[in-house]
Design a protein around this ligand. Structure first.
Ligand code: GUN
Length: 283
């Protein structure tokens, strides 16, 4: 049976470390502040945003959650973003996705100052990440890498397979694994021989959004399995993209859902916000 990678534990350690640093910063009159903008009332977004607010409190950060009506115009949203871009007290700024259909998501992301883009979604940060320069890394992929590294395995030279090619998770996760010198394969809905490709993976990162899609016969014995999925099963219970109960018998290391990547993603947002403050104050 494989070892369970405890996202709760690693996220708690990360936040504890942040909190200690914040206590020092407070002595100098500096408090990290994150602004989260939510448009409309998508229930999943509300859960995520509430989680971010709670994380800020735990880390000793200030937070502002701006909840805008689903009917808000794109121009109004852009104006709210611009206000935070120029507000020196705001270190990190994120707009919770998805946005209502009448708003152009790319235009909104582009409006966020790259210096406050703690989600790592702006083209400037994506570009820096792609060429391996200092930047804000997107939180979920960064969290995946941290969790892989907690196993002590050396990523360099390993066969890494990423299932999913979204801009938020799959693509950046593949790039970060490449930067760590893994041999990376990206799979998606059109991939043929998915099972064979997965069976070759020393590191398998799954972000496709289909409950229990990865079965134990798709996993190489001893592999590191990182499950980014957040689905509801037939009973309405939160579950990942990986059939955890069966796959943990084959994998060397595996993340559970809940209690895995999601918590680490949240901790990475706190790390990025602290980093934003440090850069903005040249610390
Ligand atoms: N929606 C789902 N995940 C995310 C995320 O990491 N950041 C933002 N802004 N929206 C999301």
């Amino acid at each position: 049976m494989g070892a369970i990678i405890d996202g709760k534990l690693w996220a708690a350690k990360t936040k504890e470390n942040i909190r200690t640093q914040v206590e020092e910063l407070k002595k100098r009159g500096l408090v990290p502040k994150l602004t989260v903008i939510q448009v409309g009332e998508n229930p999943a977004s509300t859960v995520y945003v509430n989680g971010k607010e709670k994380d800020c409190a735990e880390c000793g950060f200030e937070s502002e959650v701006l909840r805008l009506d689903a009917a808000v115009s794109e121009a109004e949203l852009l104006a709210e973003i611009e206000k935070r871009n120029t507000d020196k007290a705001v270190n990190g700024l994120i707009v919770q996705l998805p946005l209502p259909k009448h708003i152009d998501e790319n235009k909104v992301i582009n409006a966020i100052s790259p210096a406050k883009d703690v989600d790592g979604f702006t083209p400037v940060n994506v570009g820096h990440m792609t060429i391996g320069e200092e930047c804000f890394l997107p939180c979920t992929p960064a969290g995946c890498i941290k969790l892989i590294e907690t196993t002590g395995i050396n990523i360099a030279g390993k066969q890494a397979v990423v299932i999913g090619r979204s801009n938020i998770v799959g693509k950046p996760a593949a790039l970060l694994l490449l930067q760590k010198n893994a041999t990376v394969t990206i799979c998606h809905s059109k991939t043929q021989n998915l099972k064979e490709i997965c069976m070759d993976a020393d590191i398998l990162v799954v972000a496709i959004g289909r409950a229990n899609f990865i079965t134990s016969d798709m996993i190489k014995p001893g592999a590191v399995v990182i499950d980014v999925g957040m689905n509801r099963n037939d009973q309405g219970k939160l579950c990942g993209d990986v059939d955890f109960a069966a796959c943990k018998e084959v994998a060397g290391y595996i993340t559970p859902v809940p209690g895995g990547v999601g918590l680490m993603t949240r901790a990475m947002l706190m790390e990025n916000t602290l980093k934003a403050l440090k850069i903005q104050h040249q610390l």
